[in-house]
Design a protein around this ligand. Sequence first.
Ligand code: ZN
Length: 255
Amino acid sequence: MKLAEFIVPLLIGAVMGSFLNVCIYRLPKNESLIRPRSHCPYCGNSIKFYHNIPLISYAVLKGRCAYCGHSLPIRYPAVELTAALLSVLMYWKFGYSDKTLFYTFLMYTLIVIAFIDWDTNLILNKVLITLAVGGGILNLSMQIILWRDAFLGMAVGGGLLFLFAVLGNWYYKKESMGMGDVKFAAVLGLLLGWKLLLVSLYAGYFFAAIYFILLKLFQKQPTKRIIPMGPFFALGVLVLVVWQQELLDLYLALI
Ligand SMILES: [Zn+2]
């Protein structure tokens, strides 16, 4: 692949990242994604299109609103950059193919789920439905995975996490895991198939455990905050979608 080939996925990703920011910010508040136009969260002024160029505007304006000068969250360019890099990564992995479209759609939706869950501890039904329907249609038309695997994946993902939720609630005598995680695992199973789903969930728990240990080691005041699993499952899916073969080879070399 030539380096110039990556310009298109990079640009599409940055522009989509800008839209994903709007989703992350507005969907939990039940606001429309279309109206009103993007505005500064501090002074309320509408953002002109030339102040809304992904990544570039933030850099040119040095992370400040063009009207009131208030510094804007680093989250905005971070989401745009993440979407751009994941688009490039999917193109690098799957090339000019149906799979790139399918997995890029998956990654964009995972960004929205991960950030909203991180902020609110919620995985919104409307995002899950978008992922299930959009991903399902793409899969049906492109035959990314077999339908038998997809439905088995949905049953395994939903069933397994439901079991964890029931056991967790019984053990801790309170709600330890939200139903959002159960539905999320079911939808991931539908799109990934049961094998890839299981290792992705496993990787997700592994990343969450590392985060938990680091938090215990470096956090001065312990917080009562429940760690949302959405971002970690999303990370697990990303790693397994891109590096499943390498991880399998590594695993086989180790045993
Ligand atoms: Zn402003």
